[in-house]
Design a protein around this ligand. Structure first.
Ligand SMILES: [Zn+2]
Length: 113
């Protein structure tokens, strides 16, 4: 008898909404090798797919977990980098080699973190 495993939200996967967004962006961007994610102090995020040259492979998407739209502050300053708390690239699998990753990170996120 097949038992369907039910996933309980135990608070272990707070980034589920984020991951779903990332996967959606990758699906819609055939050239993407990853998605650059920028997180702001208010909880909103900005994401954009990048291609193997570190160039944008999608338009920039801003979103907020469990909300219909981004917060008032982000609407106001469009996600100022002054309020940035975290930035990283979520690589599509198979991930590009390390050299390519470093090149893209430097180009997309900049060297100063
Ligand atoms: Zn915000």
């Amino acid at each position: 008898m097949a038992k369907k495993q039910q996933k309980k939200s135990s608070g272990l996967a707070p980034e589920k909404g984020e991951l779903a967004m990332i996967e959606g962006i990758i699906e819609g961007s055939p050239d993407a090798v990853g998605v650059a994610v920028v997180q702001y102090d208010c909880g909103c995020r900005k994401m954009a797919a990048v291609d193997k040259n570190g160039d944008p492979a999608s338009k920039i998407i801003m979103y907020r977990d469990n909300a219909d739209s981004i917060c008032e502050q982000c609407k106001d300053d469009n996600g100022s980098y002054m309020r940035m708390v975290k930035q990283f690239i979520h690589w599509k699998s198979p991930e590009p080699d390390n050299t390519t990753q470093q090149m893209i990170i430097a180009k997309v996120l900049g060297t100063e973190q």
